[in-house]
Structures are given as structure tokens and as C-alpha cells.
Design a protein around this ligand. Structure first.
Ligand SMILES: Nc1ncnc2c1ncn2[C@@H]1O[C@H](COP(=O)(O)OP(=O)(O)OP(=O)(O)O)[C@@H](O)[C@H]1O
Length: 276
């Protein structure tokens, strides 16, 4: 498979506080990468470095064999599409107009749409099942529908890499699967942060496990969902069931006895400064 992104010894710190520490990994075209780990592990910070939104990171990030820092913002916008944690508050735009914003890396804001543009918008709306809602105001849609509109915008953007920060945030189980099925069916490279390890296992081709700013594991779902490793990282007893009908392992976490729990909470507090 073609190597699309190559990250070598990536570090990022704020006020001498190391947030990402010497992270290295490669992403190939077509990978669906799940970035997992506890709160504060550095998942979103890693995405922001990949998008070059943090400027002062150290190390090397190469995109298609060219240093990330050599890309101009509009060039990055033609490669990456970001669907953030919470859909933006867009009050006065209709669904069609939000999807149309995907054309902006290619044309001026008030330029007229040609037939090809209109077709691209219509096809993207069709793909996410929202063609009938194109004249509805974006802010009147449900959370799941808003996520689907933003994915349609990414399709119009002809993004080669779709970056999703907690795409299943606030969604019920039906929409969680619907969004991830949709993302998988796009057949493009996907990098997402995700807290639900079992959803990640179902939809990702590879997982990156972060803890305290370190890349603890970068491997297949079966290898990364190692109960001993997960117990250490999440400070909770973890069990794994491999006898699932879909063949994907499932992990479970259980509350420990009070003493262990207090110890684990203290450990997380000491390391991250938070128990969130
Ligand atoms: N701009 C910033 N300035 C200072 N500290 C920051 C900044 N961005 C992130 N951090 C800190 O870096 C650490 C990692 O944050 P990040 O948001 O990357 O974690 P995360 O793994 O995405 O967490 P969560 O699961 O809670 O979303 C946290 O301690 C956070 O407070």
C-alpha cells in the first residue's frame, strides 16, 4: 500500500509541558486509523499537528513524501477534511450551502457554481442520504444529520484524508454505527479519535493507543486491544471476549474494588492533573 503520511519523532509542548513525546508512525492510503487513549492522552493534539494547526511541533511529518510545513493552507485543505468534535453553530445556512463550502479550497466564495460543482454537491448529499433535506437549515438537523452534512462537505472537498475528532460524540447507538459505516464506505483514508474501543475495533483497520503523550501501541485491533495493556492505560480491570459473532474482539471494563480504584484514580490524577 502507498505510504501517505509519515510521522517521525513528533513532539509538541506548551509552556515546557510535554504533550506529545517522540511519536512515530506511518499511514497508508486507505487505512482507517483509530486513535484511542484516556482523556488528556494527546489524541486531539496529534490531529492538530497532522493538520499543521499547531505550529511549534518538533520532528518530521511528511505528506506524500513532502514535508508538511512546505504545504500552503489551501493545498492542505485539498488533502485533509476535518469533521470536529462538535458540529459548528451555523445558524443561517442551509444544508446545500454548508456542503457547498467544500468547494472553497478550489474557488472563490462568491464564484458561480458550474454544472460539475452542482453535480458534486448533489452526489455527496445523496451519498449521506440527505438530498431531500438540502433546503433545510443546518441548525435544525439532529446531531447525526449534522455530522453527515459535514461528511458530505468533505466529499465535495475531494479530500484524500478524512480527519474525525470523536465522530460519535453525542450520537445514539444507531447514528454511531450509521456514521462509521458511511465513513468506511467512502473508501478514503480516515484518521479518527474515538473513545469507544469496541466501535473502534469494529470499524478501524489499525489502532494507535496514546497514553500521557506517548504512542504506546500501533498495530492491528487484535494486538492493541490487549487486556493487560488496556488495564494499565485506563487504570481499570479489562477483560476481552474473542467469541463474538462478527469475529471482532470485544473488551469490557469493570469497576475495581474500592482500594484499587482509589489507587488508580490517584495515579491518573498525579499523571494528568485531572480525573476527568
Ligand atoms: N493549546 C493548549 N494549551 C495548553 N495545553 C493544551 C493545549 N492543547 C492541549 N493541551 C493539553 O494537552 C493535553 C492533551 O490534550 P488533548 O486534547 O490532545 O487530549 P485528548 O487525548 O484529545 O483528550 P480527550 O480525550 O479529553 O479529548 C491535555 O492535558 C490538555 O490540557
Amino acid at each position: 500500500m502507498n505510504k501517505l503520511i509519515s510521522v517521525d519523532a513528533l513532539s509538541w509542548s506548551v509552556n515546557k509541558h510535554n504533550i506529545l513525546n517522540g511519536i512515530s508512525f506511518d499511514i497508508c492510503q486507505g487505512d482507517i486509523i483509530g486513535i484511542i487513549g484516556p482523556n488528556g492522552a494527546g489524541k486531539t493534539s496529534l490531529l492538530k499537528c497532522l493538520l499543521n494547526q499547531h505550529k511549534n511541533w518538533q520532528g518530521t511529518i511528511k505528506l506524500k513524501n513532502k514535508a508538511l510545513k512546505q504545504y500552503k493552507p489551501h493545498q492542505l485543505a485539498q488533502i485533509f477534511a476535518l469533521v470536529g468534535q462538535n458540529p459548528p453553530a451555523i445558524f443561517d445556512l442551509k444544508v446545500y450551502d454548508v456542503v457547498r463550502m467544500g468547494l472553497l479550497p478550489y474557488k472563490a466564495l462568491f464564484a458561480h457554481d458550474n454544472q460539475a460543482d452542482k453535480k458534486a454537491i448533489t452526489q455527496a448529499l445523496e451519498k449521506v442520504g440527505l438530498l431531500a433535506s438540502q433546503q433545510q437549515f443546518f441548525n435544525t438537523l439532529s446531531g447525526g444529520e449534522q455530522q453527515r452534512v459535514l461528511i458530505a462537505k468533505a466529499l465535495v472537498q475531494k479530500a484524500q484524508v478524512l480527519i474525525l475528532d470523536e465522530p460519535t460524540n453525542h450520537l445514539d447507538i444507531f447514528y454511531q454505527h450509521q456514521i462509521l459505516q458511511l465513513v468506511k464506505a467512502l473508501n478514503i483514508t480516515v484518521i479518527m479519535t474515538i473513545h469507544d474501543l469496541n466501535l473502534a475495533a469494529q470499524y478501524c483497520s489499525r489502532l494507535l493507543l496514546l497514553n500521557k503523550g506517548h504512542l504506546v501501541s500501533n498495530a492491528s485491533v487484535t494486538k492493541v486491544l490487549n487486556p493487560e495493556l488496556l488495564s494499565q492505560v485506563f487504570a481499570l480491570p479489562c477483560y476481552r471476549d474473542d467469541a463474538q459473532p462478527n469475529g471482532v474482539p470485544r473488551v469490557y471494563f469493570y469497576p475495581p474494588s474500592d482500594d484499587n480504584h482509589n489507587h488508580a484514580v490517584t495515579q491518573r490524577w498525579q499523571v494528568t492533573g485531572t480525573t476527568k
